[in-house]
Design a protein around this ligand. Structure first.
Ligand code: 3PG
Length: 306
């Protein structure tokens, strides 16, 4: 049984060691394809793999066609928009994610980005503090809940909206549950985005919502760039010079944002949210254990293409 770790953005070594222990401990073979830059390398590596552990690596129809023995793909992380689920199902391959395993890492980075923004990107000028400010969490999943926990430590006033999460669950976490997404954007100077990229959410964060934000608005995107309507946000930021945008992933129009809003925009060149040793260990080892559980016991917990 061959398990391939295919990560163009590699895990910390300590995480790979942990994955190896689980995989080899189960009597399986581990193969590594790290830091690859060409798709051809991935296509060659998957040819004899029974299972693959990936991160944001694109697993499309071509990859499934090349992976003749493949039984399972585990995305070590939350978002699985990089995997063609229709093709996976057509090829009889089980796809899983590892929800929650890297959530704290992403949530901590949200505060790194927010502090960086409100301290004027450390340019030496006087900024503002987070304490007492209103933070709106858009989607209250694993990352959103961790953001809420940390925000309370900063003394922020925390709000959340999630179309799929009952208000009682949000309130039980000590967070204000709003009646509508518009109300949250109208109320909160800070908005942190935690939506997955789906047909429903792509380009959903644009003028209609962001223009409602109060003066001094700071929009933080640690989710996916696809959820932003970039043209509308650029237009809005041109009209509103009080507004800042910080993103853990360069938007498609990153150069334009940087050129127009040099002192109001920042994006990480590579997605950094889950890039901690702890998150790599948690997500990587969970992925390895899920593969062993699936192969040995047929366990399909966390399967996303049912
Ligand atoms: C996720 O969906 O889990 C995060 O965006 C992390 O993605 P990464 O593993 O590609 O860093």
């Amino acid at each position: 049984m061959k398990v391939l770790v295919a990560t163009s953005k590699p895990f910390a070594k300590v995480a790979v060691d942990g994955i190896r222990e689980v995989i080899e401990g189960a009597g399986f073979e581990l193969a590594l394809l790290e830091k690859y830059t060409e798709k051809s390398a991935l296509l060659a590596a998957v040819a004899d793999a029974d299972a693959i552990i990936i991160r944001s690596d694109i697993i499309d129809d071509e990859v499934f066609n090349a992976a003749k023995q493949l039984k399972i793909v585990v995305r070590a992380g939350a978002g699985y928009d990089n995997v063609d689920l229709t093709s996976a199902t057509a090829h009889g391959v089980c796809v899983m994610n590892t929800p929650g395993q890297n959530a704290n890492a992403v949530a901590e980075l949200v505060f790194g980005l927010m502090v960086y923004a409100v301290r004027n990107f450390y340019n030496g000028t006087s900024g503002i503090e987070l304490m007492g400010k209103k933070l709106g969490i858009h989607a209250f999943g694993n990352v959103g809940r961790n953001v809420a926990r940390i925000a309370k430590g900063f003394g922020m006033d925390v709000y959340a909206y999630d179309a799929y999460c009952p208000k009682e669950v949000i309130e039980a976490a000590g967070v204000h549950a709003v009646d509508s997404v518009e109300e949250m954007y109208r109320t909160c100077q800070f908005i942190s985005l935690h939506l997955p990229a789906t047909d429903e959410t792509k380009k959903s964060i644009g003028r209609t919502l962001v223009s409602l934000m109060p003066k001094g608005a700071v929009l933080v995107n640690s989710a996916r760039k696809e959820i932003i309507n970039e043209d509308e946000l650029i237009q809005l930021m041109q009209e509103r010079d009080d507004m800042k945008f910080v993103s853990d992933i360069a938007p498609a129009a990153s150069d334009k944002f940087a050129e127009l809003f040099a002192d109001r925009f920042f994006a990480t060149p590579k997605k950094m949210g889950a890039q901690t040793a702890e998150a790599n260990i948690n997500a990587g080892i969970a992925a390895a254990k899920q593969i062993v559980g699936f192969i040995n016991e047929g366990c399909t917990k966390f399967m996303v293409n049912r």
